[in-house]
Design a protein around this ligand. Structure first.
Ligand code: KG4
Ligand code: ZN
Length: 334
């Protein structure tokens, strides 16, 4: 079969990224331009600034990617783009850009859901074996999905309130760490111990998650200690929070491993870059004799390579979008 090259575009949040991916698994070139430093000045992503910066930078990111690949747009087989979920203004920049490329170069257009992109990051340089349990853990989502084949999803559970990444970011802010909170909590937690008593995961038998209780209890604890004039042991608090947050995930994943007898597990989304979390999930998978697939760190957080990987099965099915394609801020996998 002829090799398939997909040029993919990702602008759903604060990374402008373009990749060329071969046969859905091999990254020929990838460029990620992050706006993190700009947004850090504001303590979080400012949507208006994000979309303006995507507009300013996207052509340069395309050129850099094509140069790295020694390819021209004419050489690729399709153009893929993230169309949901994310910041509407940011998504629109990528969608309109991809539509122009598709029209001018007469290439089919493929629309990709960002969360499905995170899942397919597991296919890069790797095989995804089905059935598989996918834990999608990002800034906006916490979902446990069962996949029986390509694009065959069944949602087992999701968060009832906050997403895990959101909880990391809010807790980071309350203890005075800069944006993005997740990686900074992880760093601080390495020097701490799990000494603070925080509410443990609810022992129910659903696959749903909850993070708002944990988040609020950290915020209340910090406020109470400050009012009393007590010092907060930030390292210990970061460690206690991270331990409890990860326990909520492992408990539900363990339930699914027991109940379904599925022997493949993948983790997807920005929070899957957390090394402590990766270690805990690996231990759990070992206990159940399940194979854990971990994407490389660069493919865990937002990047266009995962969008190219997720577009490949759609390319094979000739599942193409037309130029009426619009961006959508909200969406779930299934
Ligand atoms: O997938 P992602 O890059 O963007 C979304 O689609 O949301 O995920 C971003 C989230 C943020 O909440 C960030 O704090 C979190 O992933 N994150 C981490 C780590 N790296 C990124 N959380 C915990 N530990 C990390 N190392
Ligand atoms: Zn993401």
């Amino acid at each position: 079969m002829k090799d398939v090259y997909i040029l993919s575009v990702e602008t759903s949040c604060d990374e402008t990224s373009i990749a060329i991916v071969k046969n859905g698994t091999e990254v020929v070139a990838l460029t990620i331009l992050t706006q993190m430093d700009t947004h850090a000045n504001f303590g979080g992503v400012v949507p208006e600034i994000a979309s303006r910066m995507h507009t300013e930078n996207i052509t340069m990111v395309l050129e850099e990617t094509l140069n790295k690949a020694h390819m021209k747009v004419e050489d690729v087989d399709a153009i893929a783009v993230t169309y949901c979920p994310g910041l509407l203004g940011s998504l629109l920049v990528g969608v309109e850009f991809a539509k122009v490329l598709s029209y001018v170069y007469k290439k089919p257009l493929i629309k990709v859901n960002h969360l499905i992109g995170h899942i397919y990051a597991n296919k890069i340089d790797n095989k995804m074996e089905f059935p598989v349990l996918a834990l999608v853990i990002s800034g906006g989502h916490t979902e446990l999905i069962k996949m029986t084949g390509d694009y065959e999803f069944e949602k087992l559970g999701e968060t009832e309130d906050d997403a895990i990444g959101e909880a990391f970011d809010k807790v980071a802010r309350v203890i005075g760490l800069p944006y993005p909170g997740g990686p900074n909590i992880e760093k601080l937690a390495r020097d701490g111990h799990d000494t603070y008593k925080l509410p443990k995961p609810v022992m129910d038998d659903t696959y749903n998650f909850s993070y708002s209780g944990l988040k609020s209890s950290v915020i209340n604890l910090v406020n109470n200690e400050r009012q009393r004039g007590n010092e907060i042991r930030k390292e210990d608090l970061a460690c206690s929070f991270q331990t409890t947050a990860v326990e909520e995930l492992t408990r539900k994943l363990e339930l699914a491993l027991k109940n379904t007898d599925i022997k493949n597990v993948i983790i997807a989304g920005g929070v899957s870059a957390n090394k402590y979390l990766r270690g805990q999930i690996q231990e759990l998978c070992d206990k159940y004799d399940a194979k854990l697939n971990l994407p490389e760190f660069i493919y865990c957080t937002d990047n266009a390579a995962m969008i190219g990987a997720a577009a490949y099965p759609l390319y094979l099915k000739r599942d193409f979008a037309d130029l009426e394609l619009n961006a959508k801020s909200t969406s779930s996998i299934c």
